[in-house]
Design a protein. Structure first.
Length: 103
């Protein structure tokens, strides 16, 4: 299983700003190993962010996203002490979900 995501969520005025650092190798499927064999593609395909059970962001990614991707977004609402949950699924079916408390 991948390392936990590093998530920060802060209220700024009437919006909540979320910053996420994900730990994932994100292989494109185009690189070769030292023996010359192609390294299979392995990348995050779907990302979802929820707040109070409501989806505030969905994203579909492909192999062009960098290793250990960083994601930043804002949404209306949110209050200090509430939880924001981030989930991803990669092309091998591996999943990761983490949450953070809004500061």
């Amino acid at each position: 299983m991948a390392d936990p995501m590093r998530i920060r969520a802060n209220v700024v005025g009437d919006t909540t700003e979320v910053k996420v650092l994900m730990s994932h190798e994100m292989e494109t499927g185009q690189r070769k190993d030292s023996a010359g064999k192609v390294i299979p593609a392995w990348h995050i395909q779907n990302v979802t962010a929820t707040y109070n059970g409501k989806t505030v962001l969905t994203a579909q990614w492909g192999p062009a996203v960098s290793k250990n991707p960083f994601l930043s977004f804002k949404f209306k609402g949110g209050a200090k002490g509430d939880k924001v949950q981030i989930s991803w699924v990669d092309n091998r079916g591996e999943k990761r979900t983490d949450e953070a408390t809004i500061a």
